[in-house]
Design a protein around this ligand. Structure first.
Ligand SMILES: Nc1ncnc2c1ncn2[C@@H]1O[C@H](COP(=O)(O)OP(=O)(O)OP(=O)(O)O)[C@@H](O)[C@H]1O
Ligand SMILES: [Mg+2]
Length: 251
């Protein structure tokens, strides 16, 4: 398996507070990797370093190295806009823009200079199909995205991320605000997307991590305690702290 993202000896500080301690992870291409662990242990922080969302936090600094396809993403020559296009992000709460379904999807491609209507139409349709939302919205593309259900909004946000042709999808608890049926739809979707994208998903749901991920990293107090094949982690955790967590004895 080729490594897509390599995190090497990553320390991260919010001011004086060290939130990540010497994280090293090699994340394989075109697989689903889950980040699990108790609240406040650094999962979102680690995820956000991968498309440099932490750049926006005043007082945040890192040491160590992160490469994507072998390129150092913290190199001063890195084009951060391009990086964020390659590594799209989906958040816990669906956050569609207050505009039509169509314009939500066309927004990114337009920013990147695509103006041709037929081309935009095609991107919108393909992205919505990839996010398993097309059938539900094809007759209301011009209606406000805010009128969609929560689960539909979240799939719209996934479609919006896919529209700029990323190769990485970073998902921070994408189903925690959703009902079981919408959650199921997103899990089914991930099962299809895994062939095309490198996906990292933060989840508090152990069953979800077990169902959908190929490997899992267990975070505790800003450290990665264990990173291994998901099946192995859930059947034979190598560290006692992992076992305590996945059997629900803390966190
Ligand atoms: N912008 C920030 N400024 C200062 N401290 C922060 C900031 N963001 C997060 N932290 C701190 O860093 C630590 C890790 O937070 P993070 O959000 O990464 O945890 P998490 O594992 O995603 O938790 P949860 O499961 O609750 O989402 C916490 O102690 C948190 O309070
Ligand atoms: Mg978080």
């Amino acid at each position: 398996m080729a490594t897509k993202i390599s995190i090497q000896n990553l320390d991260l500080f919010y001011g004086d507070f060290q939130a990540l301690h010497n994280i090293s992870l090699d994340i394989p291409e075109r697989q689903v990797t889950a980040f699990i662990g108790p609240s406040g242990c650094g999962k979102s922080t680690c995820l956000k370093t991968l498309n440099r969302m932490n750049d926006m936090v005043t007082g945040c600094r890192i040491t160590g190295k992160i490469t994507i396809d072998g390129e150092d993403i913290y190199d001063p020559r890195t084009d951060v806009n391009l990086l964020r296009r390659r590594a799209g992000m989906v958040f816990q709460k669906p956050n569609p823009f207050p505009m039509s379904v169509y314009d939500n999807i066309a927004y990114g491609p337009r920013i990147h200079g695509i103006k041709n209507k037929a081309q935009l139409d095609q991107i919108v349709e393909e992205s919505l199909k990839s996010a398993a939302l097309w059938e539900e919205v094809k007759d209301r593309l011009k209606k406000s995205a805010l009128g969609l259900s929560g689960g539909q909004q979240q799939r719209l946000c996934i479609a919006r991320a896919l529209a700029v042709e990323p190769d990485i999808l970073l998902m921070d608890e994408p189903t925690s605000a959703l009902d079981p049926i919408s959650t199921q739809k997103i899990e089914d979707l991930l099962d299809v997307l895994r062939d095309r994208y490198t996906v990292i998903i933060v989840t508090h749901n152990m069953q979800q991590a077990a169902r959908i991920s190929d490997q899992t990293a267990f975070f505790l107090l800003g450290e990665v305690v264990e990173f291994t094949e998901t099946r192995v982690m859930f059947e034979q955790p190598g560290d006692e702290r992992t076992e305590r967590y996945i059997t629900g004895r803390f966190g």
